[in-house]
Every structure is written in structure tokens, then in C-alpha cells.
Design a protein around this ligand. Structure first.
Ligand SMILES: Cc1cc2nc3c(=O)[nH]c(=O)nc-3n(C[C@H](O)[C@H](O)[C@H](O)COP(=O)(O)OP(=O)(O)OC[C@H]3O[C@@H](n4cnc5c(N)ncnc54)[C@H](O)[C@@H]3O)c2cc1C
Length: 403
């Protein structure tokens, strides 16, 4: 085994080049702040994901590179604009639509779909800058804080390297090594987790009444639903989200049962074919941890900071927004030579005021989804829904709107 040689110094190191890390890098480059960004994966790479994105993503990315990244996304042949909202379908087939337009939930009137394989690649293609050193295919394996900064061991193709950085942005996803090494964010109870299964399908019939993404509730399965997301090439991304009790093949069998027996799904999937393998992924649709996303010399971004909307599972909007807010925080900290948790806590504050509503909507949905019979009943009760429409419409600040 090769031992790491002399130490390389950086002002900022971003761990992870997914949506959160790549966005932070783009904002730092725009501000002329030199940094390194490292990802263990070689790109292009796909990610288990519903492939559904909201306004927050385009709005935030519209602010970097003078709008060039947003333009490239919108011009991509893989980009499909697909209406504002999500249709919830009960196990009996009746349905209603929810729009988050104008709210702060990460969705909105400009919802689009794109496979993560392509979406992440557009971001990574834009990382090149005089201020960014990009290391793909290199994994951070250790982090340690001392008085000079944070030391990292990075496994590269040439062997292990030792780096030292004044600031670390942990954007390394759900199993974040940065979170585990530096933060006190607690691990999650099983109850806060979900098991998910993903696959691509061809030959799925479009729902002509509601030609956009839909979530299908499964009868008697607590916190379980199938979602179907149309993609630009005519295929569909299908996901099944369930509780941790349903694992592996059980999850696959439940999905197959749902596709053949649910009244609305069975019509749409009568002649559908699965393309490739299924992907299974444990997702923590956990409680938000907005109090533990920063500390001395580090910030946690996106899934590494548990910023995923619980149960609903949207996280890319919050990930890119956290990338922007993290870059702003680091820029302010560098300007006044501050590295301490007290100063960096402004990142927590900024996050709290911008993503709290989206997290709340997930908590609300999770509570409902824990009672499948109540949820089904609710979806089927037009009058009750009208009442909620009235209430949410009057309040206007929940971010929820019935469509
Ligand atoms: C089943 C499922 C469905 C979802 N559907 C949607 C959806 O439809 N819409 C939506 O908005 N969100 C969805 N999400 C959430 C979304 O996938 C995440 O919130 C989003 O990917 C978070 O981005 P990120 O950059 O924080 O993390 P990631 O996208 O996970 O990126 C982290 C990066 O860090 C790298 N990395 C990890 N460890 C290391 C290391 N030690 N060293 C170097 N690099 C490392 C990884 O290779 C990866 O590239 C879904 C999630 C799941 C699980």
C-alpha cells in the first residue's frame, strides 16, 4: 500500500460533485474563490432518483455562469417540462392534483424531468474554471480536524494523497463521511427511513387527463406509493417508496403487484416493459436537521445535511439551494477570516428561512401516509379537499395549492 506523501493546502474543499457540491463550486468560481471539488464517481453516472425537478433548481442555477447552466439544461434533448404539480391517485383510481407553485417547496409551475445521468453531467461539464481544481474518481476516506485546518486523505488513481483545507463543504450525499467525521448530527431511527426501488419502463400509456407526474397510493401499505415520471425520450421512471420492513425482492413483488392490480396503474402498464435492472436504495426520509448543518470549518449540504423533504423524497431543489447558500457563507467567512461555528451558523439561519416550508410539507405528507386508509379516504372526498383548498388558498403561505 502506498502511503500519502506531503500535504497539499486548499482554502476550500468540496466533497461530492452531485447537485449540492457542483452548485457550490459554480457559485464559488463565480465569486473568484479558489477551491477543490472531489467526487469518488467518474461521470457520467446515474443516481437512484425520481428525476423530477422543481423551480428551485432552475431558479438557483439560473444565477450562475450568467444563466448559461440553466440555458444548457433547458436546451438539452433530455429536458422535459411537464406541468406544475403532482397527481395523487387513490388505490381505487380517483385522484387530485397538488401544485406547489409559488410556494417554497422546491416544486412549482416549471416542473421538469431529466434523468440524473444527464442532469448531473450538465453541472459537472461546467465546473471547469480558473478557480476550481476538479478531481473525479477520487474518494475522501478520512477527515480530521486540527488547529491548522481539516486534514483529508483522498484515494486517487495515483494513490492516496493528504490534503488540508481551511473549510470543508460536505456534499457527499446521504452516507456522508464528512457528516460522520465532523458533525454531531445524530444517526436516524429506522422509523425515519424508507426503502425505495427504481426502474425505467418503456411502453407506459400517458395519463391523458393528467399528463404529468403522478403518485399512486397502495392500499393497506403504510407510507407506500408508486410514482411515475415521464421522461423526454418517451420512457418513464418508476419508483416505489415503502417502509424499511419491505426489502429487496419483497419490494419488487409489491411493485409488480401494484402495476398489475391498481386500477389506474394496470391500464397504464398493460403493455409496458422494464428496461434494465431495478435499483434499490434505502432513503432516509428523515427529520430535518437544520440545527446541525455547520460547525467549526465545515458546512453540510444537500443530502449530507439531511435536507431531503421527508417522505416525498424531493431533495435536489434543497441541495442546489444549499450549494448557493454555502458558497455565500464561505465567501463572507473568508472576507473576515472567520472559521468558527458561531460565524458559520449563519448558514443554518439562511437554510432555515428558505427551506423550512418544504420540509414541513414532507412532514405533513408523512403523517398522512402513515394512515393509508385515511389518506385514501381523503383523496376520494371531494368536499373535504375543497375545504382544504379553501384553507390553503386563504393562508397562501403553506406553498400548497390544489389543481
Ligand atoms: C428513491 C429516491 C428518489 C428521489 N427522487 C427525487 C426526485 O424526484 N426529485 C428530487 O428533487 N429529489 C429526489 N430524490 C432526492 C435526490 O436524489 C437527492 O436529494 C439529491 O441527489 C441530493 O443531492 P446531493 O448533491 O446532496 O447528493 P448526491 O446526489 O447523492 O451526490 C453526492 C455525491 O458525493 C459523492 N461522494 C459520496 N461519498 C464520497 C466520498 N467519500 N468522497 C468523494 N465523493 C463522495 C457521490 O459519488 C455523489 O456524486 C430522491 C432520492 C431517492 C433516494
Amino acid at each position: 500500500m502506498t502511503t500519502p506523501s506531503s500535504i497539499q493546502d486548499f482554502q476550500v474543499v468540496i466533497v461530492g460533485a452531485g447537485p449540492a457540491g457542483a452548485t457550490a463550486s459554480l457559485f464559488l468560481s463565480d465569486q473568484g474563490i479558489s477551491h477543490a471539488i472531489v467526487d469518488k464517481a467518474q461521470f457520467p453516472r446515474d443516481k437512484v432518483d425520481g428525476n423530477l425537478f422543481g423551480n428551485k433548481v432552475l431558479d438557483t442555477l439560473g444565477e450562475v455562469r450568467q444563466g448559461a447552466v440553466r440555458q444548457q439544461l433547458e436546451a438539452s434533448p433530455h429536458f422535459l417540462r411537464c406541468g406544475g404539480g403532482l397527481r395523487m391517485v387513490s388505490p381505487k383510481g380517483s385522484s387530485f392534483g397538488l401544485s406547489w407553485a409559488g410556494g417554497n417547496t422546491g416544486l412549482g409551475s416549471e416542473v421538469f424531468t431529466m434523468a440524473r445521468l444527464h442532469f448531473d453531467q450538465v453541472l459537472v461539464d461546467n465546473l471547469e474554471s480558473p478557480y476550481a481544481t476538479v478531481h473525479l474518481g477520487s474518494a475522501v476516506t478520512q477527515l480530521q480536524q486540527n488547529e491548522q485546518g481539516i486534514e483529508l486523505t483522498v484515494d486517487t488513481a495515483e494513490g492516496p494523497q493528504r490534503w488540508r483545507s481551511q473549510y470543508i463543504l460536505g456534499a457527499d450525499g446521504e452516507k456522508s463521511i464528512v457528516r460522520r467525521a465532523l458533525s454531531s448530527q445524530p444517526s436516524r431511527p429506522m422509523d425515519d427511513q424508507a426503502n425505495t426501488l427504481h426502474a425505467y419502463y418503456s411502453g407506459v400509456l400517458e395519463d391523458r387527463d393528467h399528463p404529468y407526474s403522478a403518485a399512486y397510493l397502495i392500499s393497506n401499505q403504510k407510507r407506500s406509493f408508486v410514482y411515475v415520471v415521464p421522461l423526454a425520450d418517451g420512457t418513464h421512471k418508476v419508483g416505489f417508496i415503502s417502509t424499511p420492513d419491505n426489502k429487496g425482492t419483497a419490494l419488487e413483488t409489491l411493485l409488480d403487484d401494484a402495476l398489475s392490480s391498481h386500477p389506474a396503474l394496470s391500464k397504464r402498464f398493460a403493455n409496458a416493459q422494464r428496461i434494465g435492472d431495478v435499483g434499490i436504495w434505502p432513503a432516509s426520509h428523515n427529520r430535518p436537521a437544520l440545527d446541525n448543518v455547520s460547525g467549526d470549518r465545515f458546512l453540510l449540504l444537500g443530502d449530507a445535511g439531511s435536507l431531503l423533504v421527508p417522505q416525498i423524497g424531493f431533495g435536489t431543489g434543497n441541495a442546489v439551494l444549499s450549494g448557493k447558500l454555502a458558497a455565500e457563507t464561505i465567501s463572507a467567512a473568508i472576507a473576515v477570516n472567520r472559521y468558527d461555528a458561531e460565524f458559520l451558523d449563519r448558514y443554518n439561519e439562511a437554510l432555515r428561512s428558505s427551506i423550512q416550508t418544504s420540509i414541513q410539507s414532507g412532514i405533513w405528507f408523512k403523517r398522512m401516509a402513515s394512515y393509508p386508509k385515511v389518506m385514501t379516504w381523503f383523496v376520494e372526498q371531494t368536499r373535504i379537499r375543497q375545504g382544504f383548498k379553501f384553507l390553503f388558498g386563504r393562508k397562501g403561505d403553506t406553498g400548497l395549492k390544489w389543481i
